[in-house]
Design a protein around this ligand. Structure first.
Ligand SMILES: Nc1ncnc2c1ncn2[C@@H]1O[C@H](COP(=O)(O)OP(=O)(O)OP(=O)(O)O)[C@@H](O)[C@H]1O
Ligand SMILES: [Mg+2]
Length: 628
């Protein structure tokens, strides 16, 4: 009997594993199809469609084959959603189902509009498979996590998951639980969305936010004269700031140095991610360790990794600043280092935006930023070289915006992630609070949401030339107890783009970071790259995805949500018109946002080009242009 039970449990586990694997393959296939057509690596106009239904065929002339898509839906912005099976037909009429993304890649390579760099296809296949493996791990973990949470929510008698978190945790930990919860799906476009090729499955599980990880950060020490420090004006000195914000760690750190016969005055505390320390820093910085520039010993703090994996919040009842760290791990297009530019520009842009907000009362009502108060990087005292420092650096980010009494801050990606209670996206729990989930109710919610995100983003861009990278991971929305969106909270300024002539004309200044070999982010002549940063992050990766999610979950037909997006973008432009420096600029920008095609980062093209060029863009048809 027992044996029979255990074998049936085993069979069930195997079936579940097979389902998860199939789900991950579908996810990967759908992402690939979406990117291939959006980036015009495959020509969407070459698709032959059935008169009714969503079937489509794509001839692959080079190999005399045809791809058949059983359910390929056209979504606004020309993005294609693959929701059915994909088959390949050969010249004899034989059909074969494609379940495996590497199979699809193999079929389409000869038909691509570009020639991939050597090895790029193998790299793509490897990274897609790595994503799938991690996707399976994360979803398996989530089943347990969800059932545990369901139990807790029921026990607390809370109205939902969000209500439970608000009730049971201090505000910063409630917000961070949501941030980790929202890390499940990853970036909405990347075909290699979950790849971490440098990590073992055990490390992925132990370190990634989607597993609810807790990660140790070592507070090591760097010689003062080997450190470049950038700080906001209110910060006195690095040591003073650190001792005030992390008093226990400071005490243990100074005690430790004293015990090792070192004088704390000669050193600065430098937090290092524990994986990075053990797997990279000890080896690559062996010389600095041996020669007494860097001391890897010190106290540790347990942290929650946030959605970006490498920005850590101490796991304490009292809120502390976030600690943003380099990790020598490749994730969505970059090795996640923290280079000199981010150290220099994070605090400077935080200062500039804070100065602007101190004079813009109305903007302040709808916008707060997570200021990057302080940064530090390994800096050669004689040559001034900061390049190796991209692996030995830190930025501290103020977390005050998470602690509030006007509502719950939710990282946007979490809104689109399934609730542990009913499997619907969490955004539905907020809409349900109003008691109106009819089409009119959902539309009204979306209108308020768009206003919350767009008004501050457009104002900062059109008035001051400052682009927020307001994608799903960098944007947090505060929702009040009725589920109404109230405020936008923005993070991540190290790579923030800006257009100097605009903020200068309004009496502000920003010292740009210029260094050979590093792409500039402060522009003087062309606002185009600043604009495309806003459009891609805020419209393509964020608002467009929220609209798609709502349309699907509430089975809304037509282009109603895109009409709302257009109306509120128009209203945002109208509101700012009287304050613009030139009407010609206003007209041009209005056209670029509302009518012209949307620029977007070509993430698959960059992958296939092995990242020789980081600024490859493609254009998507503007979904607001025809939305009636
Ligand atoms: N929905 C999402 N959208 C965008 N990025 C996501 C999403 N979910 C997870 N991520 C991860 O977050 C990171 C986003 O990169 P980005 O450069 O904006 O942040 P960062 O500079 O690493 O960190 P932080 O935002 O904490 O300052 C990537 O590593 C990406 O894989
Ligand atoms: Mg970010």
């Amino acid at each position: 009997m027992n044996e029979r039970m255990s074998s049936s449990a085993e069979a069930e586990a195997q079936t579940r594993a097979a389902q998860l694997w199939l789900g991950a393959s579908r996810n990967a296939l759908n992402r690939l199809v979406r990117c291939l057509f959006a980036e015009r690596l495959l020509e969407p106009d070459a698709l032959l469609r059935a008169r009714d239904g969503n079937q489509a065929w794509l001839p692959l002339w080079q190999s005399r084959r045809v791809l058949h898509f059983a359910d390929l839906r056209r979504a606004p912005a020309g993005t294609l959603q693959n929701r059915g099976s994909v088959e390949v037909l050969d010249e004899t009429g034989a059909r074969r189902r494609i379940d495996d993304p590497s199979d699809l890649i193999g079929q389409v390579v000869p038909a691509l509009s570009i020639k991939p760099a050597s090895d790029a296809v193998q790299h793509l296949i490897r990274d897609v498979e790595d994503s799938m493996r991690n996707d399976v791990l994360a979803r398996r973990h989530r089943e347990h996590w969800s059932s545990e949470l369901r139990g807790k929510v029921a026990e607390a008698g809370a109205q939902g998951f969000l209500a439970y978190l608000e009730k049971s945790l201090p505000p910063h930990l409630a917000a961070m639980t949501l941030d980790q919860w929202g890390a499940l799906e990853g970036h909405p476009f990347y075909p290699t969305w979950k790849a971490k090729p440098d990590l073992s499955p055990e490390d992925v599980t132990a370190l990634s936010p989607e597993f609810g990880a807790r990660v140790r950060v070592r507070v090591a020490a760097l010689r003062k004269e080997w450190t470049y420090v950038e700080r906001m004006p209110h910060v006195g000195s690095y040591s003073e700031w650190f001792s005030q914000n992390f008093p226990e760690l400071w005490r243990d750190w100074t005690d430790g140095l004293n015990e090792r016969g070192k004088s704390p005055e000669d050193w600065l505390p430098l937090p290092v991610h524990i994986w990075h320390l053990d797997n990279f820093v000890r080896r690559e910085f062996a010389f600095e360790i041996a020669s007494g520039v860097f001391d890897p010993d010190g106290p540790e703090v347990v942290t929650l990794p946030s959605m970006s994996f490498r920005t850590m919040l101490p796991d304490e009842q009292e809120p502390r600043p976030f600690i943003k760290l380099p990790v020598a791990i490749w994730m969505t297009s970059e090795q996640r280092t923290l280079q000199a530019k981010s150290i220099h520009m994070g605090p400077r842009l935080s200062t500039l935006i804070s100065d602007i907000l101190s004079k813009e009362r109305e903007l302040c009502d709808g916008l707060e930023i997570f200021t990057e108060e302080l940064g530090a990087i390994l800096h050669h005292p004689i040559t001034g070289d900061e390049h190796p420092g991209r692996f030995l650096s830190v930025v501290y980010r103020n977390s005050d915006a998470l602690v509030r009494n006007d509502g719950l801050p939710v990282t946007v990606a979490a809104l689109l992630t399934a609730s542990p209670i009913d499997g619907r996206p969490l955004i539905c729990e907020l809409i349900a609070r109003s008691g109106d989930e009819s089409e009119a109710g959902v539309s009204a919610f979306f209108r308020a949401y768009v206003v919350t995100v767009l008004r501050p983003t457009l104002a900062m861009y059109l008035l001051y030339g400052i682009a927020f990278e307001a994608h799903q991971q960098n944007s947090t929305i505060v929702f009040d107890e009725t589920g109404h969106p109230r405020k936008l909270l923005i993070r991540d300024f190290g790579d923030g783009r800006s257009f100097a002539p605009l903020f200068r004309k309004r009496g502000h200044d920003l010292k740009p970071f210029t260094r050979a070999g590093i792409l500039p982010t402060t522009f003087d002549d062309d606002i185009g790259l600043v604009r495309s940063f806003v459009i891609d992050a805020c419209f393509v990766c964020h608002l467009h995805e929220v609209a798609l999610c709502l349309r699907e979950h509430y089975a809304l037909s037509g282009a109603g949500l895109w009409r709302i997006l257009r109306e509120e973008t128009e209203a945002g432009f109208d509101a700012l018109r009287p304050r613009m420096l030139s009407d010609a600029f206003w007209l041009e920008e209005r056209k670029a946002f509302l009518e012209k095609p949307w620029p977007s980062r070509s993430v698959l093209r960059m992958h296939l080009g092995r990242y020789r060029d980081y600024r490859v863009e493609h254009e998507l048809p503007n979904p607001m242009a025809g939305a009636e």
